[in-house]
Each structure stands twice: as structure tokens, then as C-alpha cells.
Design a protein around this ligand. Structure first.
Ligand SMILES: [Zn+2]
Ligand SMILES: [Zn+2]
Ligand SMILES: [Zn+2]
Length: 126
């Protein structure tokens, strides 16, 4: 007897007050930037290379002055994703499994980000 649940339960993780600094060009309070400023472009990513949150890789190119380093699979348990809508931090694995919606506040994330994973995270094995 199993009743399949359609909706995943929300993570019980309070939004944190200590929101880290996010860098980006034309950054707005929900971490949208010059390059990605649609309603759903609300995540920031902590870069492996400098442990600093950036709105996107193009902001990193413009501001960091060094090459981006991708997160190896062995470190996908790191809280490298920041939800700009609620301030929650997600691990890379949680982010990849969240189906383009914040598991804490349900804010929609841009599903197109999936096409950019390889800029930030080690490639999936085919
Ligand atoms: Zn960096
Ligand atoms: Zn940007
Ligand atoms: Zn959120």
C-alpha cells in the first residue's frame, strides 16, 4: 500500500539572516544581474575557485579576474547555491534535484539554467 505523493515536502530550513555578499553587475536584491534578469533568475552560485557568490559566470568573468573552476561531483554536498528570493542555501545536489523551484520558498528558478550547469559543475557522465 503506497500512496504516491505528487508534491515533494518543502525542506524545513529557515531562511538565514546572514545572507552572504553576492557579486554581480547591476545586481538586484534577488541576485538578478545584467546578464540574467528574468523573473526566475534569482539564484547566485558560490564559485569553487574563490568561494565567493556571483550572480552568474559572466559576472565572475567581468569582476573576478581569474578563470572559473567547476565543482567536482565529490563536492556537490556543498551549499554553493543561494536562493535570491529567500536567502536559503542549497547544496548543489539539492539544486539539481529541485525541479527549477526553491525547495524552501517555492520561488521558481529559471529552468534554462540547466543548460549552463557545465560552466559551474563537473559534467554529468554520459
Ligand atoms: Zn572565482
Ligand atoms: Zn551576470
Ligand atoms: Zn528560496
Amino acid at each position: 500500500m503506497s500512496t504516491s505523493r505528487k508534491k515533494k515536502p518543502l525542506l524545513r530550513r529557515a531562511a538565514r539572516a546572514d545572507t552572504p555578499e553576492v557579486r554581480g553587475l547591476n545586481l538586484d536584491p534577488q541576485t538578478r544581474c545584467l546578464h540574467h534578469h528574468a523573473q526566475a533568475d534569482v539564484i547566485a552560485i558560490k564559485m569553487k575557485c574563490c568561494a565567493t557568490y556571483y550572480a552568474c559566470k559572466d559576472c565572475h568573468i567581468a569582476l573576478a579576474g581569474h578563470a572559473i573552476e567547476v565543482w567536482p561531483r565529490s563536492e556537490w554536498n556543498q551549499e554553493a547555491i543561494l536562493c535570491g528570493a529567500c536567502g536559503a542555501r542549497l547544496t548543489i545536489r539539492e539544486y539539481m534535484q529541485c525541479e527549477s523551484r526553491c525547495p524552501v520558498c517555492s520561488a521558481p528558478f529559471n529552468p534554462g539554467c540547466r543548460n549552463h550547469y557545465h560552466f559551474y559543475f563537473e559534467e554529468e557522465l554520459q
